[in-house]
Design a protein around this ligand. Structure first.
Ligand SMILES: Cc1ncc(COP(=O)(O)O)c(C=O)c1O
Ligand SMILES: Nc1c(O)cccc1C(=O)C[C@H](N)C(=O)O
Length: 424
């Protein structure tokens, strides 16, 4: 169904309804940006909303909390209502707050309630390190030894998780399951419905790290009865470096007292009564802690417009097609060069990026950057390539694979050390 020609790539672009969004983003002339799974690009709308919030500060000073186009006092909740559409939640189940890791701390502080034999937290050995650090420290705060109480389900192939293994590990000693929706290295998308149901059938609460799926893949957290979820907005949602994160708490848990209380979790009508008895909001808003980082929230106001216009389902369809096309071209052009596609190839199990494995991955990534393509490297052998629906065209995908071919054929990668730089 695909053809290995640049003309065919052009044809795909002509038929791509989302191609018009590329102009909305700041891209360096001649550069192909395949790293939106780590840090999404700045859009003109996000830039405008950031400048609007700065203006509100300039014009209103303290009154910016309640005046202006986006009164700051309500902004985290208002944006939560908008983000809710990306994760399949009710308006009050989402709030924009914190960072991925601090939200995980908040949610585990709240929903991890070891009792009797049920003291263990179930995670996996492939999750992002920050989540594991957070879980270990939460166990320690409960006086429990992480070596005993944190179960990290092993991967059979070093890339992916087997759902049977995850379910089998859900014993009656497990109090809480924490898993990523999409694995950050291999891009495997877990079966959220199956795993959530399995946890609930065994009386276990479950929380999902949606960093690598939000903005790329639609979710239905409310209907699936997911207990909680948390994510960042700086990857596929393009809210900027350090952009404020988000969390989902199912309405069935409204009224549960936050493990880490702070005054921005108050019922908004009570917050400025300044009482020492905390009255938490009857919404996900209860899980906020302190004053929102407004300038790091602001880009999200504009960025979300693009998702509202394009629709998350259309974004997922394009992303699936672009990753499929990328895998097709890898097969067509790179079969002589010892690459392995490390992500699941099935549409239902594939996230937003392609995971190309190669023994020389770090040097290939450096050569790619020097030749106009921004990938990212994850040790020891992964090149991640994310053809983000909004700003990567099919021609970009085609050119990327041709550039890799050139790097391999002419051994350009040998000019670079096969070790990571500071970040990738
Ligand atoms: C899956 C996952 N969880 C957690 C984090 C850490 O997030 P933060 O630094 O925003 O707390 C990241 C990325 O940095 C991630 O990819
Ligand atoms: N959060 C990051 C940062 O502060 C600096 C550099 C990269 C990141 C990332 O998000 C990395 C990303 N979570 C990953 O999947 O590798």
């Amino acid at each position: 169904m695909f053809k290995p020609t640049e003309d065919f790539a052009k044809q795909l672009d002509q038929n791509d309804e989302l191609s018009r969004y590329k102009d909305e983003f700041y891209l360096n002339e001649g550069q192909i940006y395949m790293d939106g799974n780590s840090l999404g690009l700045l859009s003109k709308r996000a830039e405008k909303s950031l400048l609007d919030v700065l203006d509100a500060w300039k014009i209103h000073g303290i009154d910016g909390w309640t005046k202006g186009e986006h009164p700051w006092f309500y902004l985290s909740e208002h944006l939560g209502e908008r983000v809710a559409q990306l994760v399949g939640a009710k308006a009050k189940e989402v709030v924009v707050t914190g960072s991925t890791t601090t939200n995980l701390h908040q949610l585990v502080s709240t929903f991890y309630q070891p009792e009797g034999n049920r003291t263990k937290i179930l995670a996996d050995e492939l999750n992002f390190p920050s989540d594991i650090y957070a879980l270990k420290s939460q166990l320690k705060l409960h006086g429990l030894d992480p070596n005993e109480h944190l179960i990290r389900v092993k991967s059979r192939d070093g890339r992916t998780l087997n759902e049977e293994d995850l379910i089998e590990a859900m014993t009656d000693e497990v109090a809480l399951v924490i898993l990523p929706t999409v694995l950050y290295r291999s891009g495997q998308l877990l079966n959220i419905e199956r795993i959530t149901n399995a946890a609930h059938e065994r009386g276990i609460k479950i929380g999902w790290d949606a960093c690598h799926s939000i903005g790329a893949i639609p979710h239905d957290f409310h209907d699936l009865g997911v207990d909680f979820a948390y994510w960042c907005h700086y990857k596929y949602v393009n809210s900027g470096p350090g952009g404020v994160a988000g969390l989902f708490v199912h309405e069935k848990h409204f009224g549960t007292e936050p493990g880490l209380a702070g005054w921005f979790g108050s019922d908004k009508t009570k917050q400025f009564d300044m009482e020492h008895d905390f009255t938490p909001s009857e919404s996900a808003g209860a899980f906020q802690i302190g004053t929102p980082h407004l300038l790091s929230v602001a880009p999200l106001i504009g960025s979300l417009e693009l998702f509202e216009e394009a629709g998350i389902n259309a974004i997922r369809q394009k992303s699936l097609r672009a990753t499929e096309y990328l895998m097709y071209l890898v097969n067509e052009f790179l079969s002589d060069f010892n690459f392995t596609v490390g992500n699941p190839t099935d549409d239902a199990r594939r996230g937003g990026h392609v995971c190309l494995e190669h023994a020389e991955a770090a040097s290939i990534c450096k050569a790619l950057k020097a030749n106009g393509v921004v990938p990212d490297f994850r040790a020891p052998n992964v090149i991640r390539l994310a053809p983000v629906a909004f700003y990567v065209s099919y021609q970009d995908v085609y050119k990327t694979v041709k550039i890799i071919k050139d790097i391999m054929e002419n051994e350009i990668y040998k000019q670079y050390k096969n070790e990571r730089d500071v970040i990738a």
